[in-house]
Design a protein around this ligand. Sequence first.
Ligand SMILES: Nc1ncnc2c1ncn2[C@@H]1O[C@H](COP(=O)(O)OP(=O)(O)O)[C@@H](O)[C@H]1O
Ligand SMILES: [Mg+2]
Length: 368
Amino acid sequence: MRLEQLTLQDFRNYEQVSLGLDPGLNIFVGDNAQGKTNLLEAIYVLALSKSYRALRDADLIRQGASSAVASARVRKLASLDLSCVLSLTEKKRLLVNGKATTANNFVGNLNAVLFSPDSLQLVKGPPGERRRFLDIQICQIDPVYRQTLLEYQRVVRQRNSLLKTAQESRAQLQLLPAWDRQLVNLGTRVTARRQAVVEKLQMYAREIHREISGEREDLQLVYEPFFGQAASGLSGEELKAIFREQLQQLRAEEIRRGLTLIGPQRDDLLFLVNGMDLKKFGSQGQQRSAVLACILAQLELMQAETGEYPVVLLDDVLSELDQGRQLQLLTLLDAKAQTIVTTTSLSAFPQELAARAAIYNIRQGRIA
Ligand SMILES: Nc1ncnc2c1ncn2[C@@H]1O[C@H](COP(=O)(O)OP(=O)(O)O)[C@@H](O)[C@H]1O
Ligand SMILES: [Mg+2]
């Protein structure tokens, strides 16, 4: 799939911009703080219905304006118009072909994969980064998962508040079994789906990583569910039984702390190279290669699941790779997916690629 046209109105530092995009490689060049990341963020919002870096939707609205619009024409088998309308005073509106729709029906129309300097946190950072990486990906290919995940998060919040009130009034504990059932039903579905995706992702990532590392290293992705044993091969019923049993054991502790202590909000993903934990022992270069392999694997997974490659967003990452790797990465992407890259300097680019890319300059929220 590809983005044919992008229009922004009062989005971040853009007052009004409308541009056509090349089906292949697009390079946006600009100094710091000119709007490069803002542009990719707008595309991301159209893919996921919300930003990955704004705390509130209102932050996306240009200072001094009261509403903002990001719209795109997406080309798949047919073309599709997507819009996200933000306002300081009204609820966010999401439109597909001019018709208002729910976030669940909106997400999945435009699929995007983002690679930024922060992506290194995927290996180095806390487990939440890795869960988010998986969730963002699964939500784009599976609206049922998205619904299940949101529902699960709501159950955890409500169950936590019940556990807190139970500290004062024990009678509240009668309500707990009903919440436990929902927690277990939804939670096992979340864990099982992530586990299945990691198994597929692993197939692609391992192959890609072998190439990147010159055949020397073997990358393995291992999903580590909260209950401390591998979930692969376990049936839904077996997962539920483990979850229920651990809840029983933790009951007193959960009440004491007023908190749900187990569930997929505690899952993690392990990166192993030749059997060694990359988070603890990997060099910067090894961590970077693993992240790159994962992101490229994500493209293949999305293609396999939806029939289309996602749009690839590369925010200021080429400076992180040596020239050989840059060329390798961009050539690979160029042949497969529409790629939108930002950079502070075009001279850092391999010339043969720059020669056939569409190049734009960004300055103070204007694109030329
Ligand atoms: N809501 C907003 N309204 C107006 N300007 C904004 C808003 N949010 C961010 N900016 C401005 O956008 C600029 C940063 O843009 P960004 O895309 O992150 O830069 P870069 O080109 O370095 O990636 C800063 O000048 C910041 O003040
Ligand atoms: Mg930036």
